[in-house]
Design a protein around this ligand. Sequence first.
Ligand code: NAD
Length: 499
Amino acid sequence: MQELTHYINGAHVKGTSGRFSDVYNPATGEVQAKVPLANAAEMDIAVAAAEAAQPAWAAVNPQRRARVMMKFVGLLNDNMDKLAEALSREHGKTLPDAAGDVQRGLEVVEYCIGAPELLKGEFTDSAGPGIDMYSMKQALGVCAGITPFNFPAMIPMWMFAPAIACGNAFILKPSERDPSVPLMLAELMEEAGLPKGILQVVNGDKESVDAILDHPVIQSVGFVGSTPIAEYIYGRGCSNGKRVQCFGGAKNHMIIMPDADLDQAADALIGAGYGAAGERCMAISVALPVGDETADRLIAKLIPRIEALKVGPYTSGNDVDYGPVVTAAAKANILKLVESGIEQGATLVVDGRNFSLQGYEDGFFVGPHLFDNVTPDMDIYKKEIFGPVLSTIRAGSYEEALGLAMSHEYGNGTAIYTRDGDTARDFANRVNVGMIGINVPIPVPLAYHTFGGWKKSAFGDLNQHGPDAFKFYTRTKTITSRWPSGIKDGGEFNFKPME
Ligand code: NAD
């Protein structure tokens, strides 16, 4: 059995706490490795290495720091297949989707190559007589990030690339479900020229998270994961005086107007609802067709598409649409929610409960499900299922559909399918959700914009990546400087008092 490590101060280090967690191959259900779960003493060692290394890194000029990012981008491309394979083996997603996970992180690294421009300060000449005023953005020091299982390459890079480009040291506590790719990323960053101690990976669970939250040296905490943990980390981190941003769960609605191109909408729902087995915070999990006729036509188009979905292991390459979910517990939770939907009166139009794959009977595969006639009081609507389950609520009108998206506690992403610009514009203006798609099902903003939800999907003031990341990972210092004039005409030998 492979024993994974931490990556501390430039070296793979075995865990010393004596606690481990199993890492599965979700396609086969086998335990393929064990990952060490760090305690506070192990976290202290990483923090001390980060604290020692960070001042010299912050003193490296931003252009040289950017060159490390440039080299890292090259290494990511060179190692794309290897990273994607390691990612799929622990996560279960298909190889093309795993490469996409790396790619969307890589794009943020590319954005961070612009650090010299993004870190430029502000300057006011002659703010008063002989007085100049300027602001500079300084690194925070030691930063930490806690990341979820579903994007084990992208989300760590969304955090550590801007943090490090700004001159910070970064401690990553990745998900214990799929820790191998984060370890590989730390190695590649050092191969790209990053000094030891600037990017470290400390594996663990709640114990290591609490060690981060309570550590007096750690200045900021970034978190992505489920909402209850996001709320906990935000509260405890803030009360310990840290800068904290936490991104939580989601229930993303897609409104389908009667004038929409229904083939386009159905295709979009298939990709956004079932891609990555629904394990995406930007997955569409609720379809809101407006009017019964739209609903009937949409369901008729969805059924054959869902029945044609190919579910299988990543080793099938491009020949599979989605893979298993991450653990047996995740599978059990999804199937429990499906049962609750049936009990509470929803119509199960496509039933994936008895899905089984020959040769992979122990894998964590879940067949695709489609519910119709879902109502807002049902658990399948209120809770995040995080599986291949799409719920349909039939809305009587646009206002009713909009009201549903607005009154849900989550507000990560949402979409509308329509041919009417006025409706689309009204929706984008009024809906209280952070990321909006107009005829786009998964509106994940590109690296140079920012990513973040509203309501219970995000806690904190700044979004991830884009310009917000450079605000989150720096502190502003403003200097007022006066240089009394009067020595331009030659030596002045008498000491002049300040005016
Ligand atoms: P999770 O909340 O179970 O775990 C996330 C991280 O928190 C992991 O590193 C885990 O080790 C740690 N953790 C777990 N329990 C903890 C506890 N009690 N105390 C302290 N730390 C703890 O989430 P997950 O299952 O890994 O990821 C799926 C969730 O992440 C979904 O809810 C999904 O919507 C969300 N997500 C959100 C975004 C976003 O940008 N809003 C992006 C991706 C995933």
